[in-house]
Design a protein around this ligand. Structure first.
Ligand code: SAM
Length: 223
């Protein structure tokens, strides 16, 4: 007879947190695919990122709650391209690719769809599968962030925005400086739906720097 898999202590704690989490319950009621929806909703309520008619690229999109939020805010007008290692179940207004953003095939897929059109908003909620080795996980995460930033710099409209999930700790300051070198404004956001015990925060870069913009100064820190 097949044995029931044993639940570990941390597995039980995760399950308890999951079933009692108000955002998990709210997501079920509101029809969102995951509690992550509320992170984007909260950031959008403050920063007004999403509008009808935009072109949005969502990196690390599965199961698709950010796509749902964006699609609702865009009211059927605009375009959304979504990529994830895992499938994103079909939804109106979203073209998705099951693929690895670090592979050339993903970039080709995006490039083919965008042609010469520019993007209003790049979202990256990507997070690698955690190995449990802190420094290695942090390094792999920032590799994804760097690639997402390169994509944003190459494809955003001059007044476009880039929202990216990062983890505080090793690599954070270096990446924040890269963001400040690329964008006129860089803000840190920690939505309520992001668990307090998590080192996760979001960096929001607004308006690409151009040659006329003043160089980055220490006054830009912590905007
Ligand atoms: N924003 C999503 C939502 O609202 O449903 C949740 C995203 S989840 C926190 C992080 C996602 O990043 C995972 O689905 C994972 O598969 C994806 N991911 C990690 N590495 C990736 C890569 N190299 N390419 C594409 N997606 C990746």
């Amino acid at each position: 007879m097949a044995q029931k898999p044993k639940r570990t202590k941390s597995g039980r704690a995760w399950m308890h947190e999951h079933v009692t989490d108000p955002y998990v319950k709210k997501a079920q009621t509101d029809g969102y695919r995951s509690r992550a929806a509320y992170k984007l909703l909260e950031i959008d309520a403050r920063d007004r990122l999403l509008k009808p008619g935009m072109t949005v690229v969502d990196l690390g999109a599965a199961p698709g709650s950010w796509c749902q939020v964006a699609a609702r805010k865009m009211k059927g007008q605009g375009r959304m391209l979504a990529i994830d290692l895992l499938p994103v179940a079909a939804m109106p207004g979203v073209e998705s690719l099951e693929g690895d953003f670090t592979e050339p095939a993903a970039l080709n897929w995006l490039t083919e769809r965008l042609q010469s059109g520019r993007v209003d908003l790049v979202l990256s909620d990507m997070a690698p599968n955690m190995s449990g080795v802190g420094l290695r996980d942090q390094a792999r995460h920032y590799e994804l962030c760097d690639l997402a930033l390169d994509f944003a710099v190459q494809w955003l409209k001059p007044d476009g925005d880039f929202l990216v999930k990062v983890f505080q700790g090793v690599g954070f300051e270096v990446f924040r400086r890269s963001m400040q070198a690329a964008f006129v404004q860089v803000a840190i956001r920690k939505p309520d739906a992001s668990r307090d015990r998590s080192a996760e925060v979001y960096l929001l870069g607004r308006r690409l720097r151009n040659a006329d913009d003043p160089a980055v100064t220490s006054a830009d820190e912590g905007v």
